[in-house]
Design a protein around this ligand. Structure first.
Ligand code: AMP
Length: 184
């Protein structure tokens, strides 16, 4: 699982890591943007929340992730990008993994300074990337998602990685951290 603020590089790293590790990436942000673009019922439900930089509710996210985990390609492992994002989602996710008789191997935290995060957001041009929304996304991260850092640190799963480095260097550091080079 990749954990980090909006624009910490989770999506970029997830793509690179999935290729290296030979597992699919499950990116909830991508899935939701896809549903919005398709005009799917799910997309209609989440569009406004996404554009405001807020979080989709835990119950709906559990449905989205639960049905994704049932697909065959998730049988031999997967990388999660953008889920869970609240303590409630972390509990939902544990239940799902328990039902599938799987377990979480590691949680990689990408650490990036706040101003770098906002600068990256402004350079990217997504509809939820206007400065005001970027700041809201960061506020929501601090309030709802950051508690997961302590939660996973206490379970011994957290691996903190400096995300304020060139893309390729971050990938190598994550792979090293996953190979057991010291828990955070
Ligand atoms: P992301 O690309 O991961 O930053 O996700 C884009 C947007 O999708 C977020 O700002 C939320 O509105 C929504 N979203 C993605 N994943 C979740 C999640 N796990 N829980 C709630 N909302 C989510």
């Amino acid at each position: 699982m990749l954990l980090g603020a909006p624009n910490s590089g989770k999506g970029t790293q997830a793509g690179r890591l999935a290729a290296r590790l030979g597992v699919p990436t499950i990116s909830t942000g991508e899935m939701l943007r896809g549903a919005v673009a398709d005009g799917a019922e799910l997309g209609r439900k989440v569009k406004d929340v996404m554009e405001a930089g807020r979080l989709v509710d835990d119950g709906l996210m559990a449905e989205v992730v639960g049905s994704r985990l049932e697909r065959d390609d998730a049988r031999r492992g997967f990388l999660l990008d953008g889920y869970p994002r609240t303590l409630g989602q972390a509990k939902d996710f544990e239940r799902m993994l328990g039902d599938l008789r799987e377990k979480l191997d590691a949680v990689v935290l990408l650490e990036v300074p706040a101003e770098t995060l906002v600068q990256r957001a402004l350079g990217r041009g997504r509809t939820d990337d206007r400065e005001e929304v970027a700041r809201e996304r960061l506020r929501v991260y601090r309030q709802a998602t950051e508690p997961l850092v302590d939660y996973y640190r206490k379970c011994g799963l957290l691996r903190a990685v400096d995300g304020d480095q060139p893309v390729a260097a971050v990938t190598e550091r994550i792979l090293a951290a996953l190979n057991g080079a010291g828990a955070a």
